[in-house]
Write a protein of this length. Structure first.
Length: 301
């Protein structure tokens, strides 16, 4: 099944895609996290709703979509350096914070306030960063909660997949001792969506192609099977001694082609159009827009 969240009458309403329409299910569950928490019963109720002739529907093409997940129990969980070509393209560009190839996945988090919808504007403020970069990624959403999940059972804990763009501030990444959370978390900068596709709908995850296009030019293009650490490994390592909750969002890393790794470097600016797409998951289409993120700060970069 394919799920979305829609802005309607000042609130966010969950829905199921049925051909070119969205079947609204806000009377069944408050949001998609609640549906995920309901497990098989939630999926069954959504499937029955699609068959109800008198249920409210709206046109998919014109629907004001939000991010599929809008209620977070924790920060967004993220995987870094998960394509070796991306790790290698930034050698010598880490401002003295060079490291060897990691032997286990590298994790960081980002603030839920960074999350925006699939067509929302990406906020930009050059007083907060001089180096805004794009990062197309496959995102997964946890289904049944679990702790210390063995890799061979990892897929039992995945509800579904969607797209993300882990827009990053490269200078801020380096500013704080090599940890990345601050350089990944400015408000209104990370598009998520457009649809949350249940895992059973994906026929061959390894052959899924992820791309990022900037102003009409393809900048990133890779297959999921090129990941340095596959998804079962990511979930096994991430859940080691730590519970993953139903509805948690996990970003799985970006491939080569980011702006920081290019010669000359390419950074986002107001007016840029960033398109993130993947086989079977649709596309995010976002415009970079100048917004006052600086406020009353007294930080000088």
């Amino acid at each position: 099944m394919r799920f979305v969240s829609v802005r309607q009458d000042g609130r966010t309403v969950p829905g199921v895609i049925d051909d070119a329409e969205i079947v609204l299910i806000g009377d069944l569950v408050t949001d998609l996290v609640a549906l995920i928490e309901a497990g098989q019963d939630g999926l069954a109720a959504a499937a029955r709703a699609v068959e109800e002739a008198d249920r409210a529907r709206i046109d998919l093409a014109s629907a004001p979509l939000t991010a599929p997940i809008t209620r977070f129990k924790r920060d967004v969980l993220c995987t870094g350096w998960n394509y070796w070509d991306h790790f290698d393209e930034n050698k010598g560009r880490r401002d003295g914070q060079e490291v060897e190839r990691p032997t286990a996945p590298t994790f960081f988090t980002k603030s839920p306030n960074a999350i925006i919808g699939p067509n929302d504007d990406i906020a930009w403020d050059d007083r907060c960063s001089k180096k805004w970069d794009y990062e197309a990624e496959l995102a997964l959403v946890i289904g049944p909660a679990g702790r210390s999940i063995p890799s061979h059972k990892a897929h039992d804990h995945i509800f579904g997949y969607c797209l993300a763009n882990d827009v990053s501030q490269r200078d801020i990444q380096r500013r704080h001792g090599g940890q990345w959370m601050r350089g990944k978390s400015p408000d209104q900068t990370t598009p998520l969506g457009p649809v949350l596709v249940t895992a059973d709908e994906i026929e061959d995850l390894g052959d899924m192609r992820i791309e990022c296009e900037l102003n009409g030019e393809v900048m990133q293009s890779a297959l999921v099977k090129q990941m340095a650490f596959d998804i079962p490994t990511i979930l096994a390592e991430l859940s080691f001694g730590m519970t993953l909750n139903a509805g948690d969002v996990v970003l799985t890393g970006t491939p080569a082609g980011v702006g920081n790794g290019r010669t000359p470097q390419v950074f986002l600016k107001p007016g840029d159009t960033v398109v993130t797409r993947a086989t079977g998951l649709g596309e995010l289409r976002n415009t970079v827009t100048e917004v006052d993120l600086y406020g009353d700060a007294d930080i000088v970069l």
